[in-house]
Design a protein around this ligand. Structure first.
Ligand SMILES: NC(=O)c1ccc[n+]([C@@H]2O[C@H](COP(=O)([O-])OP(=O)(O)OC[C@H]3O[C@@H](n4cnc5c(N)ncnc54)[C@H](O)[C@@H]3O)[C@@H](O)[C@H]2O)c1
Length: 467
């Protein structure tokens, strides 16, 4: 039996030291075992679990079948959690959201300005997915509601899919498997290659590109990458200065860049011509990064030996909907070319990724609701303070969301001036600013007075006190 030291609501720390009851404990473990009469571990000050001072139980609504791990983690924090497998329409949300302090959604539930107007108690929104465009982010920010998501939990899943596509293209086995399903035996080795010793060119060396770099080297590939930022290469990978240099040296080119004006059609006729004859293009990034009619031409002419696409400029809204020329005018031309692997945006769709999304977003919600930290919020300034410890029993944390206008800090600091402000941090993003301050030695009688005074400041959007 062992218990790791962790801050409630934060991710488990892989470097956390365990307190063990085993008779063979190492000296460091022995030093970490708390004495019964002490509230701290030899010099380590334990964080205090904070709660809203008005003491109302926090109610969370989780929709769209969010993972059970997330439900359990949030219930373990003492939140009352209502869980549904379905999305809710705008009308249903308008009726129900008023009694909840936080909501967790995936991509189907839309949080509109109208919904937010009915959300009188709402403190936070968790998007248990990558994107956040199902939420009116600006209206949420103006209502003092941070929105959290999980942009990178599926990086490994995408990297593994790309690696499988490299082998599949190189061996043409998707085509062979398709022929076998049609009852055709077509064994051949012409144009089929091992990937060992081949060069992989990664465009965009972020979360996915860098994971892929490690996996590809384990397969014996030589890895080049191009990124707008200078980055430390992993393993023996090498950063090249220009996209053209990468294109002309690579046997496989794979895109892992965000959708930006500069990355729209970043692979078009000119860039395809710079690629080696017989090379392959893979796009699991965003559909608009590749000029698909130009790609169709490069494949038909035999300049490229194959391509794998997981993302498209226009994608069907639901399973079963057609992927045809009405959606994208080149769809049937693309579908007719051999050795082209087309997948329906499944790069990040694995159970592991879903579980990690659940963990990440539920921790972000917990950190905000219990401690006021907005790290990872997409529509809010990111602010955090080090923990109030158990040795600071009369400390109160002020979480003050306000309009980003001149003179606010003077007003707030006037309210706080009779007290000892032990730490304070403020930041702004657009029209919204957020201040966190820990105040020492606030008597229980003063807490509500303090909250009222801050609430009355002219720029106030939402004030919470945690203790
Ligand atoms: N297929 C899927 O299911 C799936 C899943 C997750 C992510 N994605 C997409 O994958 C892409 C990459 O995701 P990530 O998590 O690795 O992102 P990331 O932000 O971690 O990395 C992107 C990298 O691209 C670099 N970059 C930006 N503009 C560039 C340019 N013009 N040229 C070269 N490099 C440039 C950035 O500096 C950064 O290093 C995103 O478009 C994302 O939407 C797809």
């Amino acid at each position: 039996m062992s218990s790791a030291i962790s801050i409630p609501g934060s991710r488990p720390n892989p470097h956390a030291v365990s307190a063990s009851t085993s008779p063979t404990v190492s000296s460091i473990h022995e030093r970490m075992i708390p004495r019964k009469d002490s509230i701290h571990f030899s010099g380590i000050r334990l964080p205090k679990v904070l709660h809203p001072i008005d003491n109302e139980d926090l109610r969370l609504l989780l929709l769209e079948n969010i993972s059970q791990e997330a439900v359990k983690a949030l219930r373990a924090q003492g939140f009352h959690v209502d869980h549904s497998t379905k999305a809710m329409s705008e009308d249903e949300l308008v009726q129900k959201i008023g009694s909840y302090h936080a909501i967790g959604i995936r991509s189907k539930t839309k949080i509109t300005e109208r919904v937010l107007k009915s959300a009188s108690k709402l403190l936070a929104i968790g998007c248990f997915c990558i994107g956040t465009n199902q939420v009116d982010l600006l209206s949420a920010a103006k209502a003092g509601i941070p929105v959290f998501n999980s942009p990178f939990s599926n990086s490994r899943s995408v990297a593994e899919l790309v690696l499988s596509e490299i082998v599949a293209l190189s061996r043409q086995y998707v085509q062979r498997a398709f022929e076998m399903r049609e009852g055709i035996w077509n064994k051949q080795s012409k144009g089929c290659w091992e990937v060992r010793g081949k060069t992989l060119g990664i465009v965009g060396y972020g979360h996915i590109g860098s994971q892929l770099s490690v996996l590809a080297e384990a397969f014996g590939m030589r890895v080049l990458f191009h990124d707008v930022v200078n980055l430390m290469p992993l393993g023996s990978a090498r950063q090249v200065e220009s996209l053209s240099a990468l294109l002309s040296e690579s046997d496989f080119v794979t895109l892992h860049v965000p959708e930006l004006p500069e990355t729209m059609n970043m692979i078009s006729t000119e860039q395809l011509a710079q690629m080696k004859k017989g090379s392959y293009l893979i796009n699991n990034a965003r559909g608009k990064c590749v000029d698909i009619p130009a790609l169709v031409e490069a494949l038909r002419s035999g300049h490229l030996a194959g391509a794998a696409l997981d993302v498209y400029p226009a994608e069907p809204g639901s399973n079963g909907a057609p992927f045809d020329d009405q959606l994208n005018p080149w769809a049937s031309a693309l579908r007719s070319i051999p050795n082209v692997i087309l997948t329906p945006h499944i790069g990040g769709s694995t159970e592991e990724a879903q579980r990690m999304i659940g963990e990440e977003v539920s921790s972000a919600l917990t950190r905000y609701l219990n401690y006021g930290a907005t790290l990872g919020a997409v529509n809010f300034p990111e602010v955090d303070l080090r923990a109030i410890t158990l040795e600071e029993p009369n400390h109160v944390r002020v979480c003050y969301v306000h309009n980003n206008i001149p003179g606010v800090l003077r007003q707030v600091n006037e309210v706080l001036s009779p007290y000892n402000v032990s730490k304070q941090y403020t930041d702004s993003k657009g029209e919204i600013a957020y201040l966190m301050a820990d105040i020492a030695d606030v008597s229980p009688a003063d807490v509500n007075k303090l909250k009222d005074q801050i609430n009355k400041t002219s720029a106030n959007i939402l004030t919470r006190l945690l203790a």
